[in-house]
Write a protein that binds this ligand. Structure first.
Ligand SMILES: C[S@@+](CC[C@H](N)C(=O)[O-])C[C@H]1O[C@@H](n2cnc3c(N)ncnc32)[C@H](O)[C@@H]1O
Length: 371
């Protein structure tokens, strides 16, 4: 790496018995938000020849130690995009857990969308008529099309997705669903859920007339992206009643997880809530599992522990976290670690009387898990 390209150098950790970890951010990381290069040297084994190792870090693996755990040198986002681009073309059964959706809502949804279901729960059942809903990682659009029917013509549903092939399936099927319903209240936008301000299609358009060919045009593009975030955000602050997501948060690369939860908080109205189904584990996934791109894109390696998941919401300012649904049996058990689906509600403001419906739907009333 040429020294002129280094934007910042950050010491992430320098405590025995942990390794020294440095985060080196280059100029290109600023625009693409690719993981910065992280290098570590393990001083716990006092070997003078102990080499520097390229790695990235997971901020939420250990809820007790506020200390990042070393994970991998793979690029999780590329692995995820590749896997779901293929899964948008041909159904991949290994990517989905069995979920019971309300059959009434499936009747108007085209078969292609239902077949390309890669969810692990059903956050849509906690929605109410008239709400504005944001679905993170909307895939082929199933949860959005169910939500559209629940919120009705007075409500609105926005799906955000980064994989072109998935967006194509969802957008192509949206007019068919609207025709069946007699109203159109769903739209799909291209973006990364950890950066809900940046509209990737607008950025693409603008960059066509200003291709990046050198450092100066690169920095100009970075400025353009920042300008777009401020002037024409993909999802505005305080604009959403309910953020839902079905089996996606685990797929966000470790160093963007904190920002992801902060973005969920930003876009919600003060009275808003998040209802998220996702895979969580009962122990942190060890490094060798995290280095496996198949396990990454397969909703395993990036899963937070259940406690880490709740803590991530709390650390981003959420209140009143509730476990609405928790699968008794694990979806998968790998090396003794159980990975299961949970559905969690978290409130931006303190829950009020309007949230009665959600509380009623919660198994907490029947002795289910609550925090
Ligand atoms: C497991 S699938 C779930 C899709 C959908 N929610 C469902 O229930 O069928 C994960 C989806 O999230 C998308 N995704 C993963 N990471 C993303 C990110 N950082 N930003 C936007 N979309 C993302 C993938 O492209 C994929 O379509």
């Amino acid at each position: 790496m040429a020294p002129t390209h280094v934007q910042s150098l950050e010491v992430l950790a320098l405590h025995e018995p942990y390794p020294l970890i440095l985060r080196i951010t280059t100029q290109s990381d600023l625009l693409t938000q690719r993981p910065a290069l992280e290098v570590s040297r393990d001083f716990s084994e006092s070997r003078p020849d102990n080499p520097l190792v390229k790695q990235s870090v997971s901020p939420y693996v250990s809820p007790h130690k506020r200390f990042p755990m070393i994970t991998n040198a793979i690029h999780p986002e590329s692995a995820v995009k590749q896997r779901y681009a293929a899964a948008a073309r041909t159904r991949e059964p290994a990517l989905c857990c069995a979920v019971e959706y309300d059959r009434r809502f499936l009747e108007v949804i085209p078969k292609e969308v239902i077949e390309k279901d890669y969810g692990c729960g059903d956050p849509s059942r906690y929605l109410k008529p008239g709400e504005t809903v944001l679905d993170l990682g909307s895939g082929s659009g199933k949860i959005c099309f169910i939500a559209a029917q629940i919120v009705g013509p007075q409500g609105k549903v926005i799906g955000v997705e980064m994989t072109d092939e998935m967006l194509e399936v969802a957008r192509r099927n949206a007019p068919m669903v609207a025709r069946q319903l007699g109203f159109a209240n769903v739209e799909f936008r291209k973006g990364r859920i950890q950066d809900l301000e940046l509209d990737l299609e607008r950025l693409d358009e603008r960059l066509k007339s200003r291709p990046i060919s050198d450092a100066a045009s690169f920095l100009a593009a970075d400025g353009l992206a920042q300008d777009l975030r401020e002037r024409e955000p993909l999802v505005a602050s305080d604009s959403i009643d309910v953020v839902v997501s079905n089996c996606v948060l685990n797929l966000v690369e470790p160093r963007s997880k904190r920002r992801l939860f902060e973005e969920v908080f930003r876009v919600l109205k003060k009275s808003g809530r998040a209802v998220v189904s996702d895979i969580v584990s009962d122990q942190p996934a060890p490094q060798h599992l995290q280095r496996d791109p198949q396990l990454w894109s397969g909703c395993i390696s990036g899963a937070l522990t259940e406690q880490g998941f709740l803590q991530a919401f709390a650390e981003s300012g959420f209140h009143g976290m509730q476990i609405l649904q928790r699968d008794e049996s694990p979806w998968r058990t790998i090396e003794g670690i159980e990975f299961r689906s949970v559905t969690i509600a978290a409130y931006k403001g303190k829950p009020g009387p309007d949230d009665h419906a959600t509380a009623q739907a919660s198994p907490c009333r029947d002795g289910g898990a609550c925090c």
